[in-house]
Design a binder for this molecule. Sequence first.
Ligand SMILES: NC(=O)c1ccc[n+]([C@@H]2O[C@H](COP(=O)([O-])OP(=O)(O)OC[C@H]3O[C@@H](n4cnc5c(N)ncnc54)[C@H](O)[C@@H]3O)[C@@H](O)[C@H]2O)c1
Ligand SMILES: [Zn+2]
Ligand SMILES: [Zn+2]
Length: 337
Amino acid sequence: MNALICTIPGNFEYKKIAEPVPAPGNSIIKIKRVGVCGTDLHAYEGTQPYFSYPRILGHEIAAEIVQTDAPGFSKSDIVTLIPYFNCGKCVACRNGKPNCCVSLKVSGVHIDGAMVEYLSVPSYSLVHSKNISSNVLALVEPLAIGAHGIRRANPKEDEFVLVIGAGPIGLGVMEFAKIAGARVIAMDVNKTRLQFCGNEMGIEYLVDATSPDHIEKLMEITNGEMPTVVLDATGNLKAIQNGFNYLAHGGRYVLVGLQKENISISHPEFHKREATLMSSRNATREDFEKVISSISEKKIDPAKFITHQVAFEKVRDEFPKWLKPETKVIKAIIEIN
Ligand SMILES: NC(=O)c1ccc[n+]([C@@H]2O[C@H](COP(=O)([O-])OP(=O)(O)OC[C@H]3O[C@@H](n4cnc5c(N)ncnc54)[C@H](O)[C@@H]3O)[C@@H](O)[C@H]2O)c1
Ligand SMILES: [Zn+2]
Ligand SMILES: [Zn+2]
């Protein structure tokens, strides 16, 4: 079968590899769509930590079951995948948090992923599509990241929720903040992305983080109180540090974005707010199901995030273009079968 292998940073090669063989506890799926994520772009650039090469990328998946032993699943079912394979035994797994398993293996990151025709996956990772189209099904995983971040923040109705970063992850966070009934404020440094939040997402409050009066703007929106929930979805150290300054007294700050450095905070400022700081890693089955039911109930329409769609054979040529800001990619989808 065909596979697209990232052999070293900056290089993809199509190769013929052996098809996976059935094994107990595993299912074989035929890949239909793969969503391209920031992680894949950074892996290709060589800037993603924890990556080794050669690697087959791809963890945002729509597929058809070829062979399975998963209860409740049959051959030909259309599925997506929870691509975070966990040990089931560690302290996190035992406490219902397989999303932060001590020995987590993410498909397409730590082990080979979905830019292939067929893939063998743990049967426990399959998720029913509930008749969602394959294109949209490939968007469930990044949206589940947003659903999880919002579940961590647990905003109440009418609470001001500031989402910093309007990339695919931040947009997902905003969707689930809206579903929770929060008053969502979108912040970014990129004007095109802020416009997208206003025009396509119906976000009422848009704040340009480069504007010298952005703190005054936040004060004005929140009647002088500042947001009680702040979520970072930039992964940018400066943005994350600034996020502490935007937090209301009694507020909570959720880091969905990820970067490599240490964060430094003013202890007196943090203390006087009695603030809560949380990280949000991956997502669980509950989040995947929340995304799928929200799509089925038409509370969200993720098709608007798809800006690019290409056939598998074209990925080698098209992929490098998606690294360039001028291509204005939000979500690119690869069609495999
Ligand atoms: N929680 C998880 O498990 C998980 C999963 C996937 C991705 N992520 C992380 O989420 C983050 C966002 O991912 P993405 O794919 O949406 O990335 P992206 O690069 O497409 O989007 C980030 C956005 O942040 C904006 N931004 C950058 N600096 C800023 C600043 N100083 N102030 C305001 N906005 C700023 C950018 O303009 C961009 O629109 C990354 O750090 C990624 O690693 C986390
Ligand atoms: Zn992803
Ligand atoms: Zn575990």
